[in-house]
Design a protein around this ligand. Structure first.
Ligand SMILES: C[S@@+](CC[C@H](N)C(=O)[O-])C[C@H]1O[C@@H](n2cnc3c(N)ncnc32)[C@H](O)[C@@H]1O
Length: 255
């Protein structure tokens, strides 16, 4: 399937655009904090695992941040990667050899890429490009990316599982938007969708990554054995879910 076709078959719900008081740009300190916490692991893994010498022939180091949104956390993540790669090359006495960095910022097509480009750091030491489309499909040519980064976005499914909105299915979720305190069949439907999506994600990245490249995925999770209903976001999911259901009911009455 051609990349252009692939990008149209996924549902897209981008973050709030612009830089107003309710925008993602002004309301993502939590996500920024996650990027900060991951910095130490990032530096350690790049220092220990990245074999800089195999990238020397290309001269340009290619980084892709998947599900980047509008910033600013994506810029901090990219800066951390760039510094870690430079430190690694210095430690091998190869500093002058990787002379340029190219960064690809990816998100769904309706993402506010204008806002992203307007707020690019002025003193950045990389070339920036936007790549629109779903990361559940192919985004880049074969063997072209040295480092993939994706933070706080892989828990977004490509779509809600069909069964949960089918009244005749045992996984029908009665209009609710999450699986907390739902029947086991509902949880299984979400799990199956996530499994299917991750397979597509890894299949695409396996083709796009340069042999010897690295990938850092930051995904919210639960400790082994913890029940789904123990997630910290439980309260907010329930409040937002019930507000959305109220709004949908009112809209149906108006119709
Ligand atoms: C919570 S934001 C995180 C943004 C950024 N990584 C950060 O840490 O601030 C999740 C982003 O993932 C994007 N996203 C979700 N599913 C996606 C997909 N299949 N392909 C590309 N982007 C996706 C959303 O549009 C959204 O901008």
């Amino acid at each position: 399937m051609a990349p252009a076709e692939e990008s149209t078959k996924f549902e897209a719900y981008p973050m709030k655009s612009g830089d107003g008081p309710n925008s993602y740009a002004k309301n993502s300190t939590y996500q920024r904090g996650i990027v900060d916490i991951a910095k130490e692991i990032l530096h350690k893994e790049i220092a220990e695992r990245l074999d800089i010498e195999i990238f020397l022939s290309s001269n340009t180091f290619h980084i892709a941040d998947l599900g980047c949104s509008v910033g600013p956390s994506t810029f901090f993540a990219v800066q951390n990667i760039l510094e870690a790669v430079e430190l690694k090359s210095q430690s091998q006495g190869l500093n002058s050899q990787i002379s340029e960095f190219q960064v690809f910022f990816n998100d769904h097509t309706p993402n506010d890429f204008n806002m992203l480009f307007k707020s690019l750091p002025q003193n950045r030491r990389y070339y920036a490009a936007g790549v629109p489309g779903s990361f559940y499909g192919r985004l880049f040519p074969k063997a072209s990316i040295h480092f993939f980064h994706a933070s706080f976005c892989l828990h977004w499914l490509s779509r809600a599982p069909k069964e949960v909105s089918d009244k005749n299915s045992s996984a029908w979720n009665k209009g609710r938007i999450h699986y907390l305190n739902s029947r086991e069949e509902v949880v299984e439907a979400y799990e199956a969708q996530h499994g299917e999506d991750m397979e597509c994600f890894l299949h695409a990245r396996a083709q796009e990554i340069v042999c010897g490249g690295l990938m850092l995925l930051i995904v919210p999770g639960l400790p082994h054995g913890a029940s789904h209903s123990h997630t910290e976001a439980k309260g907010s999911h329930e409040v937002v879910g019930s507000c959305l259901m109220d709004m949908a009911r009112k809209w149906q009455v108006v119709q």
